[in-house]
Design a protein around this ligand. Sequence first.
Ligand SMILES: NC(=O)c1ccc[n+]([C@@H]2O[C@H](COP(=O)([O-])OP(=O)(O)OC[C@H]3O[C@@H](n4cnc5c(N)ncnc54)[C@H](OP(=O)(O)O)[C@@H]3O)[C@@H](O)[C@H]2O)c1
Length: 246
Amino acid sequence: MDTTNATVFIPGATSGIGLALAQRLQAAGSTVVIGGRRQSLLDSLAAEHGFGTVQIDVSDAASIAAAATTVLGSYPSLDALITMSGIMRNEDLRSPDHIDDALETVQTNLVGTIRLIDAFLPHLLAQPTATLMTVTSGLAFVPLTATPTYNATKAGVHSYTQALRQQLVGSSVEVLELAPPAVQTDLMGGADFGGMPLDAFADEVIALLDAGAAPEILVQNVHPLRFAERDGTHQQILEAMASRGH
Ligand SMILES: NC(=O)c1ccc[n+]([C@@H]2O[C@H](COP(=O)([O-])OP(=O)(O)OC[C@H]3O[C@@H](n4cnc5c(N)ncnc54)[C@H](OP(=O)(O)O)[C@@H]3O)[C@@H](O)[C@H]2O)c1
């Protein structure tokens, strides 16, 4: 992905990782359109940074379709999509009440990603070159005990991304997967779970993209989780994360 010359849509960039990457991509010379549900943030971020904006709820098929029409109408040269939107909820699986959180998490993180790709892939395939980057997590590779459905959706997106990439071999679309480690954002309502600073993470991601890292974008901090199976540390890390109370 050419960070200096892309026209990129990032649903899920009203805060956190999406916003940090949006700022860096724009500063590098790309044209950036951000999306999210919170219109007030879209308005203030457009005024502050000059991003294009579109309101989108990725848990709603009609909202995705409408946003895609708006974005592609205004930015016909769009050549990159980063499926950033996501939620993360604690669930006690002994309580039947968790099902509402589970369904919302699947609808947002997994179904939302699938629908976004459906909405934008025909356009991206028609570009001379294009990038589609999904967003998973280190927790796709070793689950955090407290957030079972979140982990499962991220493992699902990882698998889906691999199949998509293979289906698109020989096409103009490069399929990347960003798998962040814990990063300090508002994802869990600002709870501190030992994440790395957001700016350091976003700087490292841009450096990896500029270095041509592919197909997985893995900052150093995520390597222990990403390669736990290979390294024989999976169970040990799983238990260590569980005992930290997450
Ligand atoms: N922070 C971490 O430690 C970490 C680690 C691994 C992976 N990730 C992943 O990184 C991505 C960004 O998370 P973050 O940490 O930056 O947290 P964040 O600050 O809470 O950002 C989440 C973004 O997703 C958007 N979003 C949530 N539900 C949405 C919906 N239904 N429709 C459209 N947009 C929606 C939010 O915008 P609105 O509220 O305005 O809709 C917001 O822009 C997520 O996919 C997350 O799973 C984060």
